[in-house]
Design a protein around this ligand. Structure first.
Ligand code: SAM
Length: 203
């Protein structure tokens, strides 16, 4: 499968605050970020902001043959490149926003997600948009689902803590830029986006 890294630099120059970085994630960061996932339990995975596809292809390598990966991306150039890069039937590439994850899952007859991986630059998104995306994320996950996110800054941490009861953290130096890594579980939201029963024992 072909990586389409060159488009990352071009898209960053066109939309710096939306794209966040001119460099695709390194192989080392991808391995670090995906290591805690139990792929045998993932039927439905979602990726926000796949960009040039470094995580997308690595996720497909690890996923079961019957699983599905819904990749949601606002950048049209990324969407076109990703669609052209693979004909893996497990991958669905949507041109749209992560804030509409519930609708995109339903449009493709997919149930609640077992894993949502975010590459979104939360620190440069509008605060209201960031909050909307996080509430939608916590609502779109299955009860045992995991939200995984990598970020240059720590802005996303508060948002995660408001919406999830359990949070693990890591850091990866071997990336441009180095990134904070977050793995969250036990959503505090139900499917409607309302506060769900507390899971405080997991925090
Ligand atoms: C830091 S880049 C992702 C890098 C990529 N995942 C990688 O491995 O190199 C952030 C991506 O999020 C996309 N994006 C920004 N806002 C978005 C949103 N609301 N919904 C979906 N994608 C979005 C950008 O177009 C960009 O491709």
């Amino acid at each position: 499968m072909k990586d389409t890294g060159l488009v990352a630099a071009t898209e960053f120059l066109r939309h710096p605050s939306m794209v966040g970085s001119a460099f695709p994630a390194t192989a080392r960061m991808v391995r670090h970020m995906l290591a805690p996932v139990d792929w045998s339990k993932v039927s439905v995975a979602v990726e926000y902001g796949p960009g040039s596809g470094r995580f997308t292809f690595a996720m497909l390598e690890r996923m079961r043959p019957d699983a599905r990966l819904l990749a949601i991306e606002t950048g049209e150039a990324f969407v076109e490149k990703l669609r052209a890069a693979t004909d893996d039937p497990r991958l669905i590439v949507v041109h749209g926003s992560a804030g509409d994850v519930t609708r995109h899952l339903a449009d493709h007859d997919l149930q609640a997600a077992d894993l949502i991986l975010s590459g979104l630059p939360f620190s440069t998104l509008e605060p209201k948009e960031a909050e909307t995306i996080m509430v939608a994320t916590a609502s779109a996950l299955a009860p045992s689902g995991m939200f995984a996110a990598y970020q240059m800054r720590t802005a996303v941490r508060l948002l995660i803590e408001r919406n999830f009861a359990s949070l693990r953290q890591g850091y990866e130096w071997w990336n441009i830029p180095p990134c904070h890594l977050y793995w969250a579980m036990n959503s505090r939201r139900d499917v409607t986006g309302d506060a769900a029963q507390s899971h405080e024992e997991g925090s």
